[in-house]
Ligand binder design. Structure first.
Ligand code: ASP
Ligand code: MG
Length: 466
């Protein structure tokens, strides 16, 4: 069997969902399990309703919700078979009643607690999935709606719940195997799960890709397909470099580095479950299904390309801690990193000298308490508005002189904190955010002017944004 995950733009309206059903039909013989995101911008819309309710403006929250409801009912009517229409309308209606009740609760609470946030945001997928199941039935397939929540067991860390694999895996396997019998095409939700008590949780924004991979691994799928609105993994962001090309095949290791270091196309955790079971992950464009997309596999075929892609993350902060106490001391770094752990702040890049440590942070929500605690270690300074640029390629590991090629191509830009990643397949460094576009353009020119056509595919049409 295979898992086919469709993102928000691939289910945004009736036209998109009709494209989806024909894509699923073309792979019907492979026993697909379909996992969907919320339609278009629904998740943001629902969270906006929650904020309005928390601010006390229930009327505005309800009005906003009505536009979301109208779009779902209209799409359902455009797609469902006559005999399906009433029950689908009923199902959507019940869900909107529940959402209205949640808005009341949020108004009462006067704040969107993480638990209430999940109670709202999980509805996007709970609304899109029955519509997609009905659309598959209208297209002659046996669409079966599956509520993933009792299967995808998580802890209760609301808004970023952690999947409890030992509990979830057997449930997922059992639930979807049952739904697949007699030619059923299960249609389920990405992004959501539930606690042991049955309280709805979400696994983090953009988490539907990760859900698809978890389901695929639990069911030992032959392939996990991520259907989105770009042709696959590109050499860089096409909004900055319009000639960005598609990478045909890439290794798990390379793609993980890219996802982690800012390529938007995949949620960073997506590849972990697939990698553990060596299940290929394919990224494909639902608007151009004839394009084969990017295959992410254990070992990519040999390529002459030194660099496979350039990713970047903007809005990074760099923290420098200077201390002569570090000299010859043991346990210093352990205590220092404990500060970040205590404040649940992930660190991306680290550089140390004998008397200083620099780290980069993407998530600065707890920056103030982190800085306060770091004062105990030495002199602390922060540079904001930085960007991290990361070049990825298996060949970077073995090629001498590559660093000089990278840095001479961006001579005009001031570079700090260089790291030839522990995995040796990435080279990353920090530049000022205002320099990032120029640097990425120059690097792209340096490494992708001459494309190895066995590895890359030049863009056929202007790419939509990821
Ligand atoms: N709908 C969720 C979000 O917008 C999950 C996803 O689309 O992956 O974050
Ligand atoms: Mg996404």
């Amino acid at each position: 069997m295979i898992v086919m995950k469709f993102g928000g733009t691939s289910v945004e309206d009736a036209t998109a969902i009709r494209r989806l059903t024909s894509i699923v039909r073309s792979q019907h013989h492979r026993q697909p399990v379909v996992a969907v995101s919320a339609m278009g911008k629904t998740t943001n819309g629902l969270l906006e309703c929650a904020r309005l309710a928390a601010s006390g403006d229930l009327t505005a929250a309800r009005e906003k919700l009505e536009t979301i409801a109208a779009h779902h009912f209209k799409t359902a009517d455009q797609l469902a078979l006559a005999e399906d229409k009433d029950s689908l309308r009923q199902a959507l209606g019940n869900r909107f009643d529940e959402i209205r009740a949640t808005l009341e609760q949020i108004k009462q609470a006067g704040e969107v607690t993480p638990r209430l946030s999940d109670a709202m945001s999980a509805n996007g997928e709970l609304l899109s999935s029955p519509v997609v199941a009905a659309a598959l039935r209208a297209d002659g397939m046996k669409g079966v709606w599956v509520d993933v929540r009792p299967l995808m067991r998580t802890n209760d860390d609301f808004t970023r719940a952690v999947v409890q694999f030992e509990l979830a895996n057997p449930k997922l396997k059992e639930g979807f195997t049952a739904a697949l019998t007699d030619g059923g095409v299960p249609v389920t939700q990405g992004f959501i799960g539930s606690t042991a008590e049955g309280v709805t949780t979400t696994i983090g924004r953009g988490g539907s890709d990760y859900s698809a991979s978890i389901i695929g691994a639990a069911l030992d799928a032959d392939e996990i397909q991520i259907w989105t609105d770009v042709d696959g993994i590109l050499t860089t962001d096409p909004r900055i470099v319009s000639e960005a090309a598609k990478v045909k095949t890439i290794s798990f290791a390379e793609a993980s580095e890219l996802a982690y270091f800012g390529a938007k196309v995949l949620h960073p955790s997506t590849l972990l479950p697939a990698m553990a079971k060596e299940i290929p992950v394919c990224v494909r464009n639902s608007r151009r299904p004839q394009n084969e997309g990017t295959a992410i596999v254990r070992t990519a075929p040999p390529s002459s390309a030194l660099v496979k892609a350039i990713a970047f993350k903007r809005g990074i902060s760099v923290i420098n801690i200077a201390s002569d106490r570090m000299l010859m001391a043991y346990g210093f770094l352990a205590r220092l990193f404990d500060v970040f752990a205590r404040h649940e702040t992930p660190v991306d890049m680290v550089a140390t000298s004998e008397v200083s440590v620099s780290v980069t942070l993407d998530d600065t929500r707890n920056l103030d308490p982190v800085l306060a605690d770091l004062q105990a270690f030495g002199e602390v300074s922060v540079e904001r508005d930085q960007a991290l640029i990361c070049l990825v390629g298996e060949k970077l590991k073995f090629t001498p002189g590559v660093a000089s090629r990278i840095f001479s191509s961006i001579e005009q830009v001031n570079v700090s904190m260089i790291s030839h990643g522990a995995s040796a397949i990435n080279v990353s460094f920090i530049v000022a955010d205002r320099d990032v576009e120029q640097a990425v353009k120059s690097l792209h020119r340096e490494f992708f002017s001459q494309l190895d056509m066995a590895t890359f595919e030049a863009p056929a049409v202007a790419q939509a944004s990821a």
